[in-house]
Design a protein around this ligand. Structure first.
Ligand SMILES: [Zn+2]
Length: 81
């Protein structure tokens, strides 16, 4: 698995919908790619902050991170490396 595939599988992974084989590949990638560990942490934090901002208990949980934000995170990562 490369970083691009990692990002593609991220949503399914966090939703617990990833098949066992892909989940193993995902975890293996995480084990040797610090950049994706940071990405995963940032993504989780963003989702958490999104939930905190949403104060309507009856509203849908904002578990979707806007594409613009993901792109911004990826750009920041590229700038670091
Ligand atoms: Zn990676």
């Amino acid at each position: 698995m490369n970083c691009r595939e990692f990002v593609d599988f991220l949503m399914a992974y966090l939703d617990g919908e990833l098949p066992a084989a892909q989940r193993a590949a995902f975890d293996e990638h995480l084990a040797h790619c610090p950049g994706c560990v940071t990405y995963l942490d940032t993504y989780r934090e963003t989702v958490r902050l999104g939930r905190e901002v949403c104060t309507d208990p009856d509203g849908p949980a904002p578990d979707d991170v806007p594409d613009d934000l993901i792109r911004a995170i990826l750009d920041a990562r590229r700038a670091e490396s």
